[in-house]
Design a protein around this ligand. Structure first.
Ligand SMILES: [Zn+2]
Length: 391
């Protein structure tokens, strides 16, 4: 991103204007349509906040607007940020345009920020946003808790436990990652612990997983808590990358780790259940588990108490067999029962029954003609019934 001398017009500004036109229709009232910072980060929690929504709130709620402005300025004076730009981590101020629309701007607007547009975040912006989220108080606290727990467990060599230290790729030394915490487990398996509070970007999660996979390490995601009601997207992303298991580090696990001199985590996993031909998920009760008792799968980059993927496959197999059995008997029943039904005016009597059978067959991979008169009284000569045949 470059600036021309005085006016702060950039090529990105021009691009932004074009997108701005398109966005006008869905713009939130009182918010600048294409603000310089679309997303903020709450320094305390690590949560990302939608700058558009906050700008609209500033427009609608006058006391909130002024209290927020004041507290952001106070934070700047005290050098204790509250909200920062999600990408560059610079503190922000709430400002308004000449048209009285609100937006957030960097307290220092020197063109360093990688935010260009929301539509097209380059990879380095994503990584920057991800790394930025690591500065939250909650995140720092979590890293300490993991280190403390690891140090209690002799299965992890003390001189291999590091926080925020570079992990260089063996094969490509110029590629590296900086996991929150890393340690070597007995047997020599290197493990990267990444704390996940509120904000995984799925692309970043995938690229990190691939990095450790390629390097023969194992990536373990660690949460502060697990939402079993209305879980957020990032939690589901990690859940299904890890065969339905999530792990938490909290006060209880740290206490267990220190008491038992063994790394303990809290496991939550999902369980598949058959529900009218679909799979329904339920959550297990959270359970304290020793790390050394878990299944470690560096090839699949999974750490498991329960192999959800395998259980789901078994269940689907059983459901399929059940369905096939049903289909066979339904099919025979239908024809045995309705065989004497010959006259067309009686067809309506079995229309619903035929529809159910047809849907049942279809779920099992068999197409049947849509026209219920067909199996009883074939009318292949009529053009109407021909168009309804879907073999
Ligand atoms: Zn920024």
């Amino acid at each position: 991103m470059f600036h021309c001398g005085g006016c702060f017009m950039t090529s990105n500004d021009q691009q932004r204007r074009k997108i701005g036109k398109r966005k006008k229709e869905n713009a939130l009232p009182g918010a600048v349509i294409n603000p310089r910072i679309p997303e903020l980060r709450d320094v305390k929690t690590g949560d990302f906040l939608d700058a558009h929504e906050l700008a609209t709130k500033a427009h609608q709620d006058v006391p909130w607007r002024h209290r927020t402005r004041l507290s952001l300025i106070e934070a700047q004076h005290r050098k204790q940020p509250i909200w920062v730009c999600a990408v560059c981590g610079v503190m922000v101020r709430l400002a308004s345009s000449r048209r009285k629309n609100f937006f957030f701007r960097h307290v220092v607007e020197d063109g360093r920020c990688l935010y260009v547009t929301r539509e097209d975040l380059p990879l380095d912006v994503r990584a920057a946003k991800y790394d930025g989220a690591k500065e939250s108080d909650a995140h720092i606290e979590m890293k300490k808790m993991i280190v403390e727990s690891l140090q209690a467990d002799k299965r992890f060599r003390t001189d291999t436990i590091f926080e925020e230290t570079s992990w260089k790729s063996k094969e490509y030394p110029n590629q590296r990652r900086r996991p929150d915490v890393q340690a070597e487990f007995e047997g020599g398996l290197r493990i990267a612990f990444e704390v996940q509070l509120s904000s995984t970007l799925i692309d970043e999660a995938v690229s990190r997983r691939d990095f450790y996979l390629q390097d023969g390490g194992l990536l373990v995601w660690v949460f502060r808590s697990v939402e079993t009601q209305n879980p957020r997207m990032y939690q589901g992303d990690i859940l299904f990358m890890n065969s339905g298991n999530l792990f938490v580090v909290d006060d209880e696990t740290v206490e267990a780790s220190l008491n038992e001199r063994r790394l303990y985590l809290k496991n939550h996993h999902i369980i598949p259940e058959a529900d009218h031909g679909n799979i329904r998920l339920t959550w297990s009760a959270p359970r304290l588990v020793a790390f050394d008792s878990l299944t470690l799968d560096p090839v699949g980059q999974r750490v498991m108490l329960y192999d959800y993927d395998a259980e789901e496959a078994k269940l689907r197999e059983a459901m399929h067999e059940e369905l096939q059995k049903d289909v066979r008997s339904n099919f025979l029943d239908f024809w045995r029962t309705n065989e004497p039904l010959q006259r067309e005016r009686e067809i309506y009597k079995v229309a619903d029954q035929y529809r159910d059978l047809r849907q049942h067959m279809e779920r099992n991979g068999c197409q049947m003609p849509q026209d219920s008169t067909f199996p009883l009284q074939p009318r292949v000569s009529s053009s109407r019934s021909r168009s309804n045949m879907e073999f």
